[in-house]
Design a protein around this ligand. Structure first.
Ligand code: PLP
Length: 397
């Protein structure tokens, strides 16, 4: 706490009394691009959140439970009825054999779930393989626990995992491999063959897997979501993390869950109970009712596929190149036909001069990789997407 009676110089002095645990971490690109977009009144397709409301029915349920007085701590592991509903839903979708109390823990969003998985397992000197471009919370959590990030870069246009390269990275220090499907930012999905290769690689080792599946309900065309919970041999050594915020358009509620075999769930909960103890009670009551109806999540892919198609159709004739996103609510656009500038510069210029904010993909890599590719979020109203595409179509012409 900063005491306002202490002169500022002294406060600054005190702030330098220890070495930062994350010296290289500053404001995230998401905050930077969003604040630039807000300041300039630009269309904000940078940060990944919807600009349309969550279902009124779900909001009414939360209100109902608040008014009914469900406002005290929920059980540490999560509301039993919600845990069981999630288990049922997943067993049906992925032919798994999950039990709520044994395998599922409600978390404050997937970010907390991911952090807790890492905190529960990573010791100093452990190596963790991440595939870049990667969501930004993995590396800092690994480093905070003394782990070493081993980056396996994926390249445009198809961002496919080279499993032989992964094999070459394995050694006795390898503790965990983090996968993410559907993948932010590339919009790719892992296929059966990827899970087969991963299973072969970790067989007869002590390597754990963390599977970030927050976009499980946003998958397009002929693709379907393959969850690690549906691969028993692999799941026995895995955590899987999910986000209600992504599925139900309420990212600000920060609700998610972690699914794992019992032995890993026990370790997960040892940390969880001291990190957050338990998560928002009225929302858990509401979600438990809401997800009983399969239509609440069964049509999310279709809704986003229409948005993706609307955006891409409206981009027809532009100088950007792209492969349609297979999942998530992100679309990558390659601008090499338009400019030679670095993606960070091009993204700022696009915001300042054309009024559209996006995210440069180089920031999702740990090293020097810098493709001429920007990420656009299409979780937006039709008019926002059409307005954005109208501008993008003219760029470079
Ligand atoms: C790949 C990925 N994992 C995890 C998260 C975090 O989800 P939550 O908002 O539930 O913490 C996000 C959010 O953008 C994400 O894109």
């Amino acid at each position: 706490m900063i005491n306002s009676d202490i002169p500022m110089e002294e406060v600054v002095e005190k702030r330098t009394m220890f070495a930062s645990k994350l010296p290289r971490v500053g404001a995230s690109i998401f905050s930077k691009m969003s604040s630039l977009a807000n300041r300039l009144g630009a269309i904000n397709l940078s940060q990944g959140f919807p600009d349309f409301p969550s279902d009124q029915k779900l909001i009414d349920l939360v209100n109902k439970y608040m008014l009914e007085g469900k406002n005290q701590y929920a059980p540490m592991t999560g509301l039993p009825s919600l845990l069981e509903k999630i288990a049922l839903k997943m067993n049906k979708s992925y032919q798994s054999d999950l039990y709520g109390q044994k395998n599922i823990t409600i978390t404050s969003g997937a970010t907390q779930a991911i952090y807790t998985c890492i905190a529960a397992t990573i010791n100093p000197g452990d190596e963790v393989i991440i595939f870049t471009p990667a969501y930004d919370c993995y590396a800092p959590a690994i480093e905070l626990h003394g782990g070493k990030v081993i980056e396996v870069p994926l390249y445009p246009p198809d961002y496919k995992i080279d499993w032989d390269h992964v094999k070459g990275c394995l050694n006795p220090k390898t503790k965990m491999i983090i996968i993410n499907t559907p993948h932010n930012p590339s919009g790719t999905v892992l296929e059966e063959v990827d899970f087969e290769r991963l299973t072969e690689l970790v067989r007869d080792t002590n390597i754990l897997v963390l599977s970030d599946e927050v976009y499980e309900h946003i998958v397009f065309d002929e693709h379907s979501h393959k969850s690690i919970v549906g691969y028993p041999e692999l799941f026995e050594r895995s955590f899987a993390t999910f986000s209600f915020g992504k599925t139900f358009h309420n990212t600000g509620w920060k609700m998610g869950y972690c699914v794992a075999p019992e032995w890993l769930t026990n370790e997960f909960r040892k940390i969880h109970q001291y990190l957050v103890f338990s998560c928002n009670a009225p929302i858990q009551y509401a979600l438990s009712d809401y997800i009983s109806d399969q239509s609440t999540y069964g049509q999310v892919s279709e809704m986003y596929e229409q948005k993706r198609d609307l955006f891409l159709n409206a981009l027809e004739g532009s100088k950007f190149e792209y492969i349609p996103s297979k999942g998530t609510y992100f679309q990558l656009l390659d601008y090499s036909n338009i400019s030679d500038e670095a993606d960070t510069e091009f993204a700022v210029k696009l915001t300042e001069e054309k009024g559209i904010a996006s995210i440069p993909t180089s920031v999702f890599y740990a090293g020097e990789v810098s493709p001429k590719v920007l990420r656009f979020c299409f979780a937006k109203k039709e008019e926002t997407l059409l307005q954005a595409a109208d501008i993008l179509r003219t760029i470079g012409r």
